[in-house]
Design a protein around this ligand. Structure first.
Ligand code: NAD
Length: 324
């Protein structure tokens, strides 16, 4: 098997961790990234780094013309829900047009397989009692970000159905957290783990958006998956022989208050917490059923919440009770 893999968005939080794992598994890795949010210093030196944009067809043409790839892993997306509602053009252009450009190059240069980063945001939010999502749950995104990902999924499926590419693996990530040892700190991070880390280490205020949801402690419950487990699924995805769409989560939910408790327990510090209004569109509980990935890809999330918390703290320089 040709082991050339093109990782688009490979300088990002998830992409750079995936590149590490691919190199460990002896793939020849090429990274294409415009470094809009990515960090070039986190890209393993064994990978061939190409600085370029998926909206630039000339760049893409050169990358695909000069190399024979077996698989493209496509992480290059904008991912901030709030920003997507404010600047929809940016999101449709970058996420949807960008994916279309990649697919047209794959088709032109006979690259058989794409692995695509999708999201739980494609699902229609459910009531509490049915808060577990399978891949067959109804899709109906409630924001532009989720819509762009669903559009990409549909385009990818059409390209496969029409024989323009051979195979796809679509991964719908739930809440990704933790660090794999690269100490990747996202700039302007809006995810809950970086916010909690800043709050516990720097004393910044942490906001709980609503504490009267019908959950055991009133705060929202989400399914958190360790970055380490997530990238493992991508390596397994390369070896799969059939197209498929897979949830990646743990089927375990943790509430925001449980996360706070874990950070406080592990650091033995108190967090400055305030309760504020619920955010529009935030469901009470979002949990993934990943049985399909378990069965078809032989994939299993192995890490615990404490693994996610300690690895994140370490990435921010906190080890054994102190900042280093
Ligand atoms: P990230 O912002 O760290 O990584 C995205 C990478 O793509 C960056 O390196 C960025 O520079 C690059 N990029 C963006 N637009 C590009 C373009 N036009 N051309 C070339 N490169 C471009 O984000 P991440 O957390 O690593 O997420 C990766 C993917 O996973 C995204 O598509 C995101 O939507 C999806 N996802 C992430 C999460 C999460 O919790 N982090 C959850 C669900 C889905």
């Amino acid at each position: 098997m040709n082991k050339n893999v093109l990782v688009i968005g490979g300088a990002g939080y998830i992409g750079s961790a995936c590149v590490e794992e691919l190199i460990k598994n002896e793939f020849n890795v090429f990274v294409l990234d415009n470094l809009s949010t990515g960090q070039v210093e986190k890209v393993n030196k064994k990978a061939q780094m190409i600085h370029g944009d998926i909206l630039d067809m000339a760049v893409l043409e050169n990358v695909f013309k000069d190399n024979e790839f077996e698989t493209v892993i496509h992480f290059a997306g904008k991912k901030a829900v709030g920003e997507s509602e404010e600047f929809p053009e940016l999101y449709f252009e970058n996420n949807v047009k960008g994916t279309l450009n990649i697919l047209s190059m794959m088709s032109k240069y006979n690259v058989p397989k794409i692995i695509f980063s999708s999201t739980a945001a494609v699902y229609k939010p459910k009531d509490n009692e049915n808060a577990i999502y399978t891949e067959d749950s109804e899709v109906e995104p409630i924001n532009v970000y989720g819509r762009t990902k669903l559009m990409c999924e549909l385009i990818i499926k059409d390209y496969q159905r029409l024989g323009k590419i051979k195979e796809y693996v679509i991964f719908r990530y739930f809440n990704v957290a933790g660090d794999t040892g690269l100490n990747y700190i996202e700039k302007n991070a809006q995810n809950v783990f970086p916010l909690l880390t800043n709050a516990i280490l720097n004393g910044t205020e942490f906001k709980i958006f609503g504490d009267d949801y019908s959950t055991p402690d009133g705060s929202g419950v989400r399914d958190y998956i360790h970055l380490k487990d997530l990238v493992q699924a991508h390596v397994l995805g390369i070896g799969s022989v059939e197209s498929g769409t897979y949830n990646l989560g743990t089927k375990n939910g943790f509430s925001v208050k449980e996360l706070i408790q874990a950070f406080e327990r592990i650091t033995n510090k108190k967090m400055n917490v305030v309760i504020v209004e619920k955010r529009k569109g935030d469901p009470a509980i979002v949990i993934a059923d990943s049985a399909k990935a378990n069965n078809d890809l032989n994939w299993q999330a192995k890490s615990t919440l404490d693994d996610m918390v300690t690895s994140t703290l370490k990435a921010y320089g906190y080890v054994d009770d102190k900042l280093i």
